[in-house]
Ligand binder design. Sequence first.
Ligand code: PMP
Length: 350
Amino acid sequence: MKWEENVRKVVPYVPGEQPNRPGMIKLNTNECPYPPAPGVKKVLKEFDYEKLRLYPDTQSTALVEALAEYYGVKKEQVFAGVGSDDVLAMAFLTFFNSEKPILFPDITYSFYDVWAELFKIPYKVLPLNEDFHIVPDDYKVENGGVIFPSPNAPTGVLESMETIEEIIKANQDVVVIVDEAYIDFGGQSALPLLEKYENLLVVQTFSKSRAMAGSRIGFAIGNEKLISYLNDAKFSFNSYTMDSLTIQIGAAAVKDGAYFKETTDKVIRTREWTKKELKNLGFSFQDSQSNFIFAEHKEKSAEDIFNYLKTKDIFVRYFKKPRIDNYLRISIGTDKEMETLIKELSEYLK
Ligand code: PMP
């Protein structure tokens, strides 16, 4: 059909399955197994539904101010969006506007190349080393920007502060985005580097450590100038993005630092237990500092294990992609869920 010639064609990102059967164990999209902070429930109970008559605050002020206070930055340094996917997409659109290719790792969050294709941004993927770490020297070439997650997805591997700074330092003529979707499970954030580098944008999410994937909240922190460019792009696209209820529950979640620490600590403890058990069963993996473990088994194929677990109503994630097609990405659930997983795996592997 002639009209199809001018259609913008993209191969979309494929999100993890969202099955929802009673009793099933869902370890496939890195959600938090615990509920959001109690303050979130309180806001939901007390929310005056009549307020929905009005448009929301385009600046998400209550949430932005809560985040600024929590992270010790100015509110002009914070940008909130509808999940970090929204924030990242806006950042790609705003900052990656060069003829030169942007750089990111070969094994990484599979939305990056989708956005690059969608926005017609040239890109180059750089192989991680054997241990799934970034090779900083590879990033010392001419480019139109850099993005990588730390901890990386789907590997769970955290990059050292030295590596991160080395990359930012070598790329001060472009924007470097550090995607910290999984930083709250033991990693050290790159946020302190904001004092030294104005080309750094740190992106985080409420979907994992703050147990609010269903609310779609993400945010970026950077210097005021970067954030103001991000706002210009947002207000040229869709100004009313986050709804009024979400702004309030997001702010309530950030204000409860104690609950946040309690749940992330619990996930970390369960992760360390799961690492030991998986090792005993013959799995190997790089050390994960996230809320999932990316593991391969010496003898059994990942795809077969994945399919077996499905028959037991346990969902993990499997990517049929080069270099990682013998790995399973297993999100950390409750202790009970992980005990069931280990029991089923030992049944299968015996
Ligand atoms: N970055 C990375 C590395 C992720 O794994 C994810 C989760 N799919 C996201 C960003 C997006 O998360 P959300 O849009 O739920 O904030």
